[in-house]
Design a protein around this ligand. Structure first.
Ligand code: PLP
Length: 394
C-alpha cells in the first residue's frame, strides 16, 4: 500500500468540472442541457491572436523560452497595466505562467505551511481554500454578505489578521458573486494594512476588464505603500476568451520575484511559446473584440438579473462585474446542492451550487451568463416552468 503526502487528502476540486462532465453525459444520452455552470467566455479567441500563435510556430518558435516569459510579452504586460491602471511596473517583476491559477498556487506555496493562517473570500473561487489546505496552512474565511452586495469589507478582513497571518487573498471582480468591491472600501483596507506590514496580499484581478455600468475596477497595484507586498494575479483567460491557451501572469514585489521564478523553473519551466506570442498580439493588437464581448456580457446581465427576480423563490442583487449572477434561493426551500442537481437532471440547466464556493455560499446559486442570450432565455423559461411544476413545491 502506497502512502501519499498528507496534503493530498486535503486537496479539493472545482465542482464546475464535475458538473460539466455530468452535463456532457446527459447530453450524450440525448437530453438537452443549457450550460450556465462553467466560467468561461462563449466567444472564440480573436483571429489576429490565433494567427500570431500560428505564425510563431511557422517561424520556428518551438523551444523553451526564458522561465519568466518572453521579454516582449513581459514588457507588453507592463504597458497594458500602465494604460489601464496608471501604474508603473518593472517588466522584471512580471512572471508569465500557464493560467491564472498558477500565480495563486505559487503564492500559497511561498507563504503557507502548518501554523500559518491565510485569509480568503467565502464564497470564493474554491481553489483558494484547496491550495491553502494542501500546504497545511489554516484557511481563514472572510465572509462576504449579500447585504454588502458581496463586496469584501475592510473591517471584516482587518479584524481577522492575527500574528500567524502571512497572506490575504482578495478577489474583485469576484467569482462566484460578480461583486466589484468599491474603491472607497479598498482605500480603507489599504490604510488598515499599513498596521500589518508583515502580511502579503494576493489580489486576484483575473476579471478586471469585465466591469459594467458606472463601476470601475480599483487595482491593489495602485497603492504605492503596499507595492512591496502585493502580488497581482492576472491573465488572458477571461478577458480575451483564452481559457484553453493556459496563459496568465503574476506581478511580484521585488523581494519575491526571484522565488516565484524558481517555482516556475521547478514546475513548468516556461509557458508554451506559441501561447506567449498570442498573448503579445492580444495586448498590443486591436481591442475591439474585447469591447464587443464585454458589451454582450453586459446586455445578458441586464436581461438575467430582472428575469431571476421575477421568479418565485429567487432574489438577485445586481452583479457589477465578471459574468456571474448569484441569486438567493432561500425561497425555494431547497439546499443549493439539491437545487443544482434537480435543475440539471429535471430541467436541463447546468448551474453551480453556491455552497461549492464555501460555507457562506449556501442558499445561493451561481449562474454564469457566458452563454448566448437565446440559450439564457430558454434556460430562464425552463427554470420558471420547473419552479411552477415541481412536485414538492412548498
Ligand atoms: N481566479 C478566479 C477568481 C477564477 O474564477 C479563475 C477561473 O475560473 C481563475 C482565477 C483561474 O483562471 P485560469 O483559467 O487563467 O487559470
Amino acid at each position: 500500500m502506497v502512502t501519499r503526502a498528507r496534503g493530498m487528502a486535503q486537496l479539493g476540486t472545482e465542482s464546475a468540472f464535475e458538473v460539466l462532465a455530468r452535463a456532457k453525459a446527459l447530453e450524450a444520452s440525448g437530453k438537452s442541457i443549457i450550460n450556465l455552470g462553467i466560467g468561461q467566455p462563449d466567444f472564440q479567441t480573436a483571429p489576429h491572436i490565433v494567427e500570431a500563435a500560428c505564425k510563431a510556430l511557422r517561424d520556428g518558435h518551438h523551444g523553451y523560452t526564458p522561465a519568466e516569459g518572453i521579454a516582449t510579452l513581459r514588457e507588453a504586460v507592463t504597458v497594458d497595466l500602465h494604460r489601464r491602471h496608471g501604474v508603473d511596473v518593472d517588466p522584471g517583476h512580471v512572471l508569465i505562467v500557464p493560467g491564472g491559477k498558477v500565480t495563486l498556487f505559487f503564492a500559497v506555496l511561498m507563504f503557507g505551511e502548518p501554523g500559518i493562517e491565510i485569509l480568503y473570500p467565502d464564497p470564493g473561487f474554491p481553489i483558494y481554500a484547496s491550495a491553502i489546505r494542501f500546504v497545511g496552512a489554516e484557511p481563514v474565511p472572510i465572509p462576504l454578505r449579500e447585504a454588502d452586495g458581496f463586496a469584501f469589507s475592510a473591517e471584516a478582513v482587518l479584524e481577522r489578521i492575527t500574528p500567524r497571518t502571512r497572506l490575504i487573498i482578495l478577489n474583485s471582480p469576484a467569482n462566484p458573486t460578480g461583486a466589484v468591491t468599491p474603491r472607497a472600501e479598498i482605500d480603507r483596507l489599504a490604510a488598515g494594512l499599513l498596521q500589518h506590514p508583515q502580511v502579503a496580499v494576493l489580489s486576484d484581478e483575473i476579471y478586471s476588464r469585465l466591469v459594467y455600468g458606472d463601476r470601475s475596477h480599483a487595482s491593489l497595484l495602485g497603492y504605492e505603500a503596499l507595492r512591496d507586498r502585493v502580488i497581482l494575479l492576472e491573465g488572458w483567460s477571461k478577458s480575451y476568451a483564452m481559457t484553453g491557451w493556459r496563459l496568465g501572469y503574476g506581478v511580484w514585489p521585488a523581494e519575491l520575484i526571484e522565488g516565484a521564478s524558481r517555482l516556475a523553473v521547478n514546475s513548468h519551466s516556461c509557458v508554451n511559446a506559441a501561447a506567449q506570442f498570442a498573448g503579445i498580439a492580444a495586448l498590443t493588437g486591436p481591442q475591439d473584440s474585447v469591447a464587443r464581448m464585454i458589451a454582450a456580457f453586459d446586455e445578458r446581465r441586464r436581461h438575467v438579473v430582472p428575469a431571476l427576480n421575477r421568479l418565485t423563490g429567487l432574489r438577485c442583487g445586481e452583479p457589477g462585474g465578471a459574468f456571474y449572477a448569484f441569486p438567493n434561493i432561500g425561497g425555494t426551500g431547497l439546499s443549493a446542492k439539491a437545487l443544482e442537481q434537480r435543475l440539471l437532471e429535471e430541467a436541463g440547466i447546468a448551474t453551480l451550487a453556491g455552497s461549492s464556493f464555501g460555507r457562506q455560499g449556501e442558499g445561493y446559486l451561481r449562474i454564469s451568463y457566458a452563454n448566448s442570450l437565446e440559450n439564457i432565455t430558454t434556460a430562464l423559461e425552463r427554470l420558471e416552468a420547473w419552479l411552477a411544476d415541481r412536485g414538492d413545491a412548498r
